[in-house]
Write a protein that binds this ligand. Structure first.
Ligand SMILES: C[S@@+](CC[C@H](N)C(=O)[O-])C[C@H]1O[C@@H](n2cnc3c(N)ncnc32)[C@H](O)[C@@H]1O
Length: 267
């Protein structure tokens, strides 16, 4: 399977944005993980672990004897994730630089296989979910939190933010992926034979400037790819970033983060 170009920067360059974004989604992820009934001793696979925020949450819930295996296509992201585990003194995580499409290579079966914000970046989400399902032990759980990116909004409307979300969706589509994959996972979970499917939505309302900063950081992180793809010029990207900072981050504007589909089912 060929890899689509990942839209954001990786490693230390995207650490701050992913950490702020995680704070916005934290309560939703916490509620979702509670539903999975994670227990000490479980083996959990996190696919596309990024900076390791949800990996840390899971690792704490299954220690001391449970283990998380965290994989990501990017070695830089794995390094950030490893650093976070060291900082938080979490020692029940093992790491592997591996694409989700290469999951067959991974040895072992898992009680829970989980991803968050990964499938919108893969060209064949159904195949990836199917590979993830193959790594679930019989009776175990397949779980995802995936966005519909076009559901991000601001009130009042910021034309610059709207433009960024439009470019982001266009870039992801041009790379052969689906920015609004979240709501489609229900269909896919049924097709790949998941049973007892549970589904819900979570959409954070962000009013604090510190957290709204994720909107301009996201434009900074993705801007170079918009330029490379010929979707915007450098000055258009710079203006867009400045306007998001003024219209959204430094104002009383409400930021509606993307709606996240939270879904899990049993094998
Ligand atoms: C938006 S980040 C999400 C990170 C983390 N799951 C979170 O929710 O904070 C997407 C992550 O998926 C990784 N990724 C993208 N395509 C991948 C693929 N085909 N296989 C594995 N990881 C991939 C990226 O390197 C990045 O770390």
């Amino acid at each position: 399977m060929s890899q689509p170009r990942y839209v954001a920067s990786v490693g230390d360059d995207d650490k701050e944005r992913l950490a702020i974004q995680h704070e916005s989604f934290l309560s939703g992820t916490e509620q979702f993980l509670t539903k999975l009934n994670l227990q000490d001793g479980m083996n959990v696979l996190v696919v596309g672990c990024g900076g390791g925020d949800e990996t840390a949450m899971i690792a704490k819930k299954i220690r001391p004897t449970g283990t998380v295996t965290a994989i990501d296509i990017s070695l830089d992201q794995i390094n950030v994730c490893r650093e976070k585990m060291n900082e938080e003194k979490i020692n029940n995580v093992r790491f592997k630089t591996l694409a989700a499409e290469g999951l067959k290579e991974l040895i072992g079966m898992f009680d829970v296989v989980y991803c968050r914000m990964l499938l919108v970046h893969v060209a064949k989400p159904r195949e990836v979910l199917s590979l993830m399902m193959k790594k679930v032990k019989n009776g175990g759980i397949l779980a995802c939190e995936e966005p519909d990116i076009s559901t991000c909004f601001t009130a009042p409307e910021s034309p610059a933010f709207k433009k960024h979300i439009g470019l982001l969706c266009e870039f992801i589509r041009k790379s052969g992926c689906d920015p609004d994959l979240g709501s489609k996972t229900y269909q896919i979970f049924q097709e790949i034979g998941c049973s007892n499917i549970s589904i819900d939505f979570f959409q954070p309302a962000i009013t604090e400037s510190r957290l709204k900063k994720a909107s301009s950081l996201s434009a900074i992180s993705c801007g170079p790819q918009y330029i490379l793809a010929g979707l915007a010029t450098e000055s258009e990207v710079n203006n867009m970033i400045n306007e998001i900072e003024i219209d959204v981050v430094q104002s009383n504007t409400l930021l509606g983060q993307c709606r996240m589909t939270q879904i899990f089912g049993r094998k």
